[in-house]
Ligand binder design. Structure first.
Ligand SMILES: Cc1cc2nc3c(=O)[nH]c(=O)nc-3n(C[C@H](O)[C@H](O)[C@H](O)COP(=O)(O)OP(=O)(O)OC[C@H]3O[C@@H](n4cnc5c(N)ncnc54)[C@H](O)[C@@H]3O)c2cc1C
Length: 198
């Protein structure tokens, strides 16, 4: 470990605090909180409704067009046409498909990402009270990991490094090669999470 000044002491403190689980000092614990995804979605929807929003479920946007005098945007959907003053698009990897009718293309690359969940017999060590969310930058991948939350496994992901795909062609099968990279990373850096598999 090479670190100096303030970084040195912070890194060393972190390394000491988690030395029983992390076998490397190249990671950064994050003081982020884990939120319950479904619950936060429900809260957002309820708050939006309380502020007058109308939620249209299972409603596919087909195309946009300006109305005759150009003051409004017509959003043609699978559930009819909506006339809007403003449109906010949050279509993730599908953004360019949705924008096609406006002849706008954003520089977005869609990749196949996946998370690996590892069952551990050392449940306490990887509970939210003991184990931090962390990121770890290796020369090839930015790894990130979560403590146990909502199941019996630790979650490990590698961000924005998967194969390029079309948004509608997401493979159903996991990428075994990348799964192995994730397991090798855990074996080397956080072996306790995997014990007694190795
Ligand atoms: C493997 C993996 C693991 C992740 N794990 C975490 C995690 O643990 N915690 C975390 O915070 N984040 C996680 N993320 C990131 C998180 O999923 C994204 O940041 C988040 O989903 C982005 O939300 P969004 O609403 O911008 O886009 P999306 O969630 O992609 O939503 C876009 C929506 O647009 C809809 N859409 C597409 N086309 C149309 C159309 N024509 N008409 C109407 N609707 C349309 C889609 O159906 C979709 O529902 C993970 C991502 C991946 C890939």
């Amino acid at each position: 470990m090479e670190c100096r000044g303030k970084t040195f002491s912070t890194k060393c403190w972190i390394a000491r605090k988690y030395s029983d689980v992390f076998h490397s000092s190249n990671y950064i614990p994050r003081w982020w909180r884990v939120l319950q995804r479904d619950l936060t979605n429900v809260v957002h929807i309820q708050l939006a409704r309380a502020n007058g929003a109308n939620i249209e479920e299972n409603c596919r946007v087909l195309r946009f067009e300006k109305d005759r005098d150009g003051s409004r945007i017509l959003v043609h959907t699978s559930r009819g046409t909506f006339r809007c003053r403003r449109v906010v698009i949050t279509a993730g990897g599908w953004t360019n498909q949705v924008l096609e009718s406006l002849d706008v293309k954003l520089p977005i690359t869609v990749t196949h990402e996946q998370a690996t969940f590892v069952a551990t017999p050392n449940l306490k060590d990887f509970s939210k009270e003991r184990f931090p969310l962390f990121t770890y930058l290796s020369p090839k991948y930015l790894y990130y990991g979560f403590p146990i939350h909502g199941n019996t496994g630790v979650k490990l992901g590698m961000t924005a490094s998967g194969k390029q795909i079309l948004p509608d062609s997401l493979p159903c099968e996991p990428d075994r090669e990348r799964e192995q990279v994730a397991l090798d990373f855990l074996k080397e850096n956080i072996p306790k999470v995997c014990w007694p598999l190795w």
